[in-house]
Design a binder for this molecule. Structure first.
Ligand code: NAD
Length: 263
């Protein structure tokens, strides 16, 4: 039981297809006590039964990360109901549709600002607001994608946001290291979730990754969850500021491992 005695909060469960759900399951299976947040009332109805599945029906809170008051209120609720926390999962991203399709240079400033606020700045703000209730070996985890490192068709604005998120992970890791707090990211391969549905030609991405990754398959939320559990537990006590790929090895490929038929 690698998470026995650990308490934490997971932001970003929308349904049981969410990457955050896979992480919650892996942590709960290893003995963690987990609080959940939801974005709005329609997602509340979906998150509540999921929380109940993990015995956390009394640990479900609203948190739209674009509203600083809701992050502050989350801290108060967690402090009252859990005391200290040992881990935080930030599994949140959003970009308006016009940032995920079409010409990159057409991205409106308003869309850019929203994507950076919800998908990047929120990590800094959540960490800062929850810092007073973090235990002295707290582990923080966020979720990135390869489109923040290399060009991926249609990923557009979210690619810029993920690049910023990965550097935010590293700067936070350095800053909080002196307090014993670790901050890491998982760069997951493509998975069909609600957020992924917003990305143009997503099915092609799935097919491409399956065909060209060393393991010749797509990653599952269970596999990302297990790797997430490792980064949140003391198993990874010397790991911080890391962008850990959980993508069936796709990121190592310089070109597809196929050859032209020369005959
Ligand atoms: P998902 O739709 O299940 O999760 C995204 C979550 O973000 C939802 O729970 C949604 O409610 C939340 N969210 C959006 N705006 C919010 C706001 N203002 N305040 C609070 N919450 C908000 O999809 P997912 O694929 O599980 O995404 C989770 C994370 O994983 C995201 O950061 C995503 O970019 C990343 N990721 C996804 C993939 C993929 O292919 N699915 C791959 C790599 C990384």
């Amino acid at each position: 039981m690698f998470m026995k005695g650990k308490k934490g909060v997971i932001l970003g469960v929308a349904n049981n297809k969410s990457i955050a759900y896979g992480i919650a399951k892996a942590c709960a299976d290893q003995g963690a006590e987990i609080a959940f947040t939801y974005l709005n009332d329609s997602l509340k109805k979906r998150v509540e039964p999921i929380a109940a599945e993990f015995g956390s029906e009394n640990l479900v809170y609203p948190c739209d990360v674009s509203n600083p008051d809701e992050i502050k209120a989350l801290k108060e609720s967690l402090e009252k109901d859990m005391g200290q926390i040992d881990f935080i999962v930030h599994s949140i991203a959003f970009a308006p549709k016009d940032g995920l399709t079409g010409r990159f240079y057409d991205i409106p400033k308003a869309s850019f600002d929203i994507a950076m606020d919800v998908s990047v700045y929120s990590l800094i703000e959540v960490v800062r607001e929850l810092k007073p209730i973090m235990s002295d070996n707290c582990s923080v985890l966020t979720l990135s994608y390869y489109g923040g490192v290399k060009y991926i068709p249609n990923y557009n604005l979210m690619g810029v946001a993920k690049a910023a998120l990965e550097m935010t992970t590293k700067y936070l890791a350095e800053d909080l290291g002196k307090d014993g707090i670790r901050v890491n990211a998982i760069s997951a391969g493509p998975i069909k979730t609600l957020a992924a549905a917003g990305i143009g030609e997503f099915r092609f991405m799935l097919k491409w990754n399956e065909a060209h990754s060393p393991l010749k398959k797509n990653v599952t939320t269970t596999e990302v969850g297990n790797s997430g559990m490792y980064l949140l537990s003391d198993l990874s006590s010397a790991v911080t500021g890391e962008i850990h790929y959980v993508d069936c090895g796709f990121n190592i490929m310089g070109m597809p491992a196929t050859s032209f038929d020369e005959n």
